[in-house]
Design a protein around this ligand. Structure first.
Ligand SMILES: Nc1ncnc2c1ncn2[C@@H]1O[C@H](COP(=O)(O)OP(=O)(O)OP(=O)(O)O)[C@@H](O)[C@H]1O
Length: 511
């Protein structure tokens, strides 16, 4: 993986299995478009040569004019189809990367997700992945075309006159020096921009999440220091990056394509000396002019090339996050007895649970009572395998949870958190998440057991009422009861209820 990450494009191609054909076709069409793109220049030079030779026959002139038109149309058509194909491929690649990232999120320890500001995941999945779209969709075909056209023209220039062809290259080393100046420490500098952007996104998500508190305490945006710091750092990082990069970039795109700087004086000198004929001089000037546009366009992608590297590193960083090591094969659990055996657990270096041992027997209800911050939720989350004990054992049915596949733990334990997050779906669909495919009758029955059937029935559209983003249109107690109905519907042998005032878990034997 590390090696693949170093080769950015081979890493990206891992996600292009379904669209490799489209990508290849896109590059091929871009090449054809490039070939067509030089036809008008060639045709115009032929017309000029003919006219300079005082041959005014309209048939060859008409032929070259038609060739120029067809070349232009062909270049546009091939270019357009190539871009359509590359866009489709880019969308598929982006979809595949996002699918793999979300699949990865479901495999990494829940603790890792809880410990990471949600804004960071949002930025990575939405914005960071999206940054690949432009380079993938445009860079591959357009860069191919914009490099190939000047190359083909250069070959033609060499055929016409090698001296003019050589002098037309004079600006390239100067342009390259500018480019190297721009790329010096680029990754480090661009990393600052990326980090500042991610921190700002995380702070914005947190600010929006906490806006109720900010309003309740009549605070202004400026009082929320983290947000202001993140926004200020984002501005500073971007300004610094722009200052350090822009002058080199502007110099590069101004100097490198200025082939006429060499072609005109040398061409004029050779013409005066009599070693260059008028038609060749005019053709060389036309071709040198034609070199400018594609070179400028190609240079505009240098920025994107460096950006792709940073973006890929960031995405690969999440994809390489260590997963919980659990067996794949399901095991046979004799019962749903929960046992803590001398469990120690800490967040970082701060130990929260010290040598905890207790049993929660099947068919019974076990309550954990303790002061706030004593570790009740932590114990509840260890049962659901959000984290693993640092020492000692958390057992289900007498077996250390580390030896039980994560999916089996998820099936065995229904965990209702303190947050009781509901999706922006109907009440019915939120409950159905406990058991995809559950009938409406099963949903109503679970709701009745969780004592929420009555208030749901009183909602404007009953079970079909949308609950609002995060369940915001319901009270905290209502959200909690819907979450409990979801857990009841799941019908897991172990139900863990992590409630704000008293965490308790309840186990029952499967029938
Ligand atoms: N993700 C985390 N990272 C670091 N420390 C944490 C994390 N979650 C909880 N803690 C700390 O661990 C300790 C135990 O937290 P826990 O939520 O388990 O307590 P609790 O008994 O459930 O509290 P409450 O009754 O208030 O919900 C607290 O000091 C808390 O600050």
């Amino acid at each position: 993986m590390e090696q693949e990450k170093n080769n950015t494009f081979s890493w990206v191609l891992r996600f292009a299995t379904q669209c490799k054909g489209k990508m290849a076709a896109s590059v091929l069409l871009a090449v054809l478009g490039s070939v067509c793109g030089i036809v008008p220049y060639f045709a115009v030079s032929q017309i000029v040569i003919q006219i300079c030779g005082q041959n005014y026959d309209l048939i060859p002139i008409g032929f070259w004019a038609l060739a120029a038109l067809l070349g232009y149309l062909g270049s546009t058509w091939f270019g357009t189809v190539s871009t359509i194909l590359s866009h489709r491929s880019a969308f598929t690649i982006l979809k595949n990367i996002r699918t793999e990232l979300t699949a990865k999120l479901s495999r990494v320890p829940m603790g890792y997700i809880l410990d990471t500001p949600s804004g960071k995941f949002k930025t990575l999945l939405v914005d960071t992945v999206e940054k690949l779209e432009l380079p993938l969709a445009h860079m591959i075909p357009e860069l191919t075309a914009n490099i190939l056209v000047p190359l083909l023209m250069m070959v033609y220039l060499f055929i016409l006159d090698w001296r003019i062809a050589l002098i037309s290259l004079i600006t390239i080393p100067i342009g390259l020096v500018c480019y190297m100046g721009m790329m010096k420490d680029y990754a480090k500098r661009y990393d600052r921009v990326l980090t500042a952007g991610k921190n700002m996104d995380a702070a914005i998500v947190e600010y929006i999440g906490g806006i109720e508190v900010i309003k309740a305490f009549n605070q202004s945006t400026a009082s929320y220091g983290r947000y202001m710091d993140a926004v200020t750092e984002n501005e500073a990082a971007k300004t610094t990056w722009f200052k350090q990069t822009n002058s080199f970039y502007v110099a590069g795109i101004s100097i490198m394509p200025s082939c006429l700087l060499g072609v005109l004086p040398l061409g004029a000198y050779l013409y005066i000396q009599g070693s260059l004929e008028t038609p060749v001089l005019i053709t060389c000037v036309i071709l040198a002019l034609g070199l400018v546009k594609p070179l400028i366009q190609a240079l505009q992608y240098t920025d994107s090339l460096a950006m792709v590297d940073s973006t890929v590193k960031e995405i690969a960083g999440l994809l390489e996050t260590e997963e919980m090591q659990r067996p794949e094969e399901r095991v046979t659990l004799p019962n749903s007895h929960i046992s803590f055996r001398n469990v120690c657990f800490g967040y970082g270096n701060t130990e929260v649970l010290h040598q905890i041992s207790f049993d929660a027997v099947p068919g019974g209800m076990t309550a954990i009572v303790g002061p706030s911050g004593s570790g009740k939720s932590t114990a509840a989350r260890l049962i659901a395998s959000f984290w693993e004990a640092d020492s000692g054992e958390v057992q289900i049915g007498g077996m250390d949870v580390r030896n039980i596949p994560l999916s089996q733990v998820m099936d065995t334990v229904a965990y209702v958190s303190q947050d009781n997050f509901l999706f922006h779906l109907s009440v019915k669909e939120n409950i159905r998440m406990g058991k995809p495919g559950a009938t409406d009758e099963e949903i109503v029955s679970a709701a009745k057991q969780a004592s929420c059937h009555e208030f749901i029935s009183a909602l404007p559209k009953g079970y079909d009422t949308l609950v609002g983003d995060g369940g915001g249109s319901l009270s905290g107690g209502e959200r909690q009861r819907i979450a409990i109905a979801r857990a009841i519907l799941k019908n897991s042998p172990v139900v863990v209820l992590d409630e704000a005032t008293a965490s308790f878990f309840y186990t029952q034997l499967c029938a």
